[in-house]
Design a protein around this ligand. Structure first.
Ligand code: AMP
Length: 425
């Protein structure tokens, strides 16, 4: 299926082909027609699935087709609320790229910087506003922004809003929206509080679920290094001395851990920076820029900090700590091997983490090869962790009664993974 099969207007087709997009991603295939039919949407998808275009393209098309006259200047007809500055900037860039032949204008507002540039842009008139919650409320209170004319509202990364403590701000924003509107709600996970919030926003929504990592897990070269806790640091330095590792995202469980790893890597002359929730927006933005422009080879991140960042060409993901939630492992390694490029995921496992590894093996259904020839190998740990601890997919019990009996093994496996992702987190 190509973009030709979706009923898109010429200015958007042109922009998409200039971007080099040929085929819609699964979420685009499913969500664009639903949004163009003016239905509310509940999208379970995260960054990396192409979800930005999945909502930006139909919003641009609807606004373009239903151009409103009669106002002295442009009024905000679509509002996208997203948790972080990085995401807001990325979404703004996407609207600009996909909408460049439509004549529609977008503005991005976020906190942590002076407001003057943003308010000047708002005063000049805007069709689409992309905002983080705090700055949006601030500018609404100062009467720079009113939401009276919003026709299309998007709440992006709702679960992350919850993690970051923005939920009350989001509720305040929603209370200011006109009741007659179309709403799109995106979240990577669906904990009960998020489901409750979605119910207050959406009217008869169509649900679209996409888990990008499951089908790509097989394409990623995974490996495990068993190592004593006290040797992890030296092993990481040893691995990163390999110049074949062009760019690595190193995951730690805690913010403190991320700082510690970045510090010892820098001391070993491996240029790295840490990003996590305690860092200022500017520091995170700078670290990300340095990583993308290859001024540093290694970015050390916590799971929450890494979720919103958009890095297309990432050769290696390294789990310095094994995550205690198996789905997090799948999310982490899915950061490499984007767009079918293949990638490498390395996990350093100490004795205390063996139970986590067991859960991961169960979830992904493929045993992860163990690297035994490295200078810090811990035979003790390797001994207590069976190498082949998963049954073949065919032998596993199908738990769900709803399981489609005619589906082939691979799609059954993917469905099972998807179900786990949405129910266990
Ligand atoms: P997103 O999930 O929206 O953050 O998108 C992830 C990445 O995929 C971005 O770098 C987009 O530019 C890219 N992308 C989105 N849709 C497509 C498509 N249909 N074809 C190729 N690349 C795409």
């Amino acid at each position: 299926m190509s973009f030709q099969n979706i009923n898109l207007i010429k200015p958007i087709h042109r922009a998409l082909s200039e971007e080099g997009y040929k085929t819609p991603t699964p979420i685009q295939k499913r969500a664009i027609p639903i949004i163009l039919e003016k239905k509310d949407l509940l999208g379970c998808a995260q960054t990396g699935t192409g979800k930005t275009a999945a909502f930006a393209v139909p919003i641009l098309q609807i606004l373009y087709n239903e151009k409103k006259g009669g106002y002295k200047r442009r009024t905000i007809r679509s509002l996208i609320v997203t948790p972080t500055r990085e995401l807001a900037i990325q979404i703004g860039d996407s609207f600009k790229a996909y909408g460049k032949h439509t004549g529609l204008k977008n503005v991005v507002v976020f906190g942590g910087v002076k407001q003057k540039v943003q308010t000047d842009r708002l005063l000049a008139g805007v069709d689409i506003l992309i905002a983080t919650p705090g700055r949006l409320l601030d500018l609404m209170n100062q009467n720079y922004i009113t939401l009276n004319h919003i026709e299309l509202f998007v709440l992006d990364e709702a679960d992350r809003m919850l993690d970051m403590g923005f939920i009350n701000d989001v509720k305040k924003i929603i209370s200011e929206l006109p009741s007659k509107r179309q709403s799109l709600f995106f979240s990577a996970t669906m904990p009960p509080e998020i489901v409750k919030l979605a119910r207050t926003i959406l009217v008869k929504p169509v649900k679209v679920e996409i888990t990008p990592q499951s089908p790509t897990v097989e394409a990623i070269k995974q490996s495990i290094y068993y190592v004593g806790k006290s040797d992890k640091k030296e092993l990481l330095i040893h691995l990163l001395k390999d110049s074949n590792i062009e760019s690595a995202l190193v995951f730690t469980r805690t913010k403190h851990g991320a700082d510690k790893v970045a510090r010892f890597l820098n001391r070993a002359k491996i240029l790295s920076e840490a990003i996590h929730g305690n860092k200022s927006q500017n520091a995170r933005q700078r670290a990300l820029k340095n990583f993308k422009t290859r001024q540093i080879r290694v970015l050390v991140a916590t799971d929450i900090a890494a979720r919103g960042i958009d890095i297309d060409e990432l050769s290696h993901v390294i789990n310095y700590d094994i995550p205690n939630i198996p789905e997090t492992y799948v999310h982490r390694i899915g950061r490499t091997g984007r767009a079918g490029l293949g990638g490498v995921a390395i996990s350093l496992c100490d004795g205390e983490e063996k139970a986590y590894l067991k859960d991961i093996n169960k979830l992904i259904s493929i045993p992860i090869p163990v690297i035994e020839d490295h200078p810090f190998v811990s035979k003790e740990i390797a001994k207590v962790i069976p190498k082949q601890i998963v049954k073949k997919p065919e032998q596993r019990k199908v738990k769900s009664k709803k399981q489609n009996g005619s589906a082939n093994t691979k799609s059954r496996r993917n469905k099972r993974r998807n179900r786990n992702v949405w129910t266990n987190r």
